[in-house]
Design a protein around this ligand. Structure first.
Ligand SMILES: [Fe+2]
Length: 246
């Protein structure tokens, strides 16, 4: 480890400790706003998660990972196939995603539309609610809020960020991933866990993840030329952390 890296790390460690102590002194709404500020900051420090390309921002990046992980639960709780989701929902979700794309909007370096009736049905399906709750080990309230995200233009990606409380726990389903001929790997979900290392989480169509998304910095790698990705994201709320109850 170089002298500079050690210095960066200790600066980051000290600042993390101070901010974590500070965050513990905050009221719930203050904590909510600190969380929001730091989430947006992560995308500013490394818009594509490319922290190695932005060495001067590295201590700040590490502070963000640590403090956001303290403000909310973090970690990847599940990755794999949920059979009933694939068997009973995926075909109609794929159709719905295409229909909803007609009302989608650019909301950043990607396009977004609200989920439709099928996504809403899945969001309220008792089997999904029980599955996600079991994976994160806590009771959850389904928000019923879902979105389709489309990465269809070369370079489309998602800034590293954490989610707000309505997506405190996030179920993400890979709906569609088209790659140009000859390519086998493409854009992946990336999570930055408490160990600060970037973890690529490529998903096949039909695979899903459950992320403790309000404490885990996550983003999506840029899609290449001719590559198209559609995901469905469904939000669950940790009732114990509701700002509305403050
Ligand atoms: Fe997110």
């Amino acid at each position: 480890m170089t002298q500079k890296t050690i210095a960066e790390q200790s600066t980051g460690d000290r600042l993390s400790e101070k901010l974590i102590a500070f965050s513990d002194s905050l009221e719930k709404f203050e904590s909510f706003n600190l969380h929001l500020l730091m989430s947006v900051a992560m995308g500013g420090i490394a818009p594509r998660g490319n922290i190695l390309d932005a060495p001067t921002g590295r201590p700040a990046w590490h502070v963000g990972i640590s403090v956001l992980g303290h403000l909310a639960s973090s970690g990847l709780a599940f990755r794999g196939v949920v059979p009933f989701v694939v068997d009973e929902y995926l075909p109609s979700i794929r159709k719905e995603a295409e229909v909803q794309e007609g009302i989608s909007h650019r909301t950043g370096p990607h396009t977004l539309s609200p989920g439709g009736a099928v996504a809403a049905q899945l969001a309220h399906d008792e089997r999904l609610i029980a599955f996600v709750a079991q994976k994160v080990g806590q009771s959850l309230r389904p928000t019923g809020i879902s979105s389709y995200l489309y990465y269809n233009q070369t370079g489309d990606h998602l800034y590293p960020h954490v989610d707000t409380e309505i997506f405190a726990v996030n179920f993400i389903l890979m709906v569609k991933h088209d790659l140009p001929e000859g390519r086998t790997d493409g854009s992946a979900l990336v999570i930055f866990d408490a160990d600060h290392q970037a973890k690529r989480v490529p998903l096949d169509v039909g695979e899903s993840v459950v992320i403790r998304a309000s404490g885990t910095v996550h983003g999506r790698e840029a899609v290449g030329e001719g590559e198209r990705v559609t995901i469905l994201t469904i939000g669950f709320e940790d009732e114990r952390a509701r700002v509305a109850d403050a």
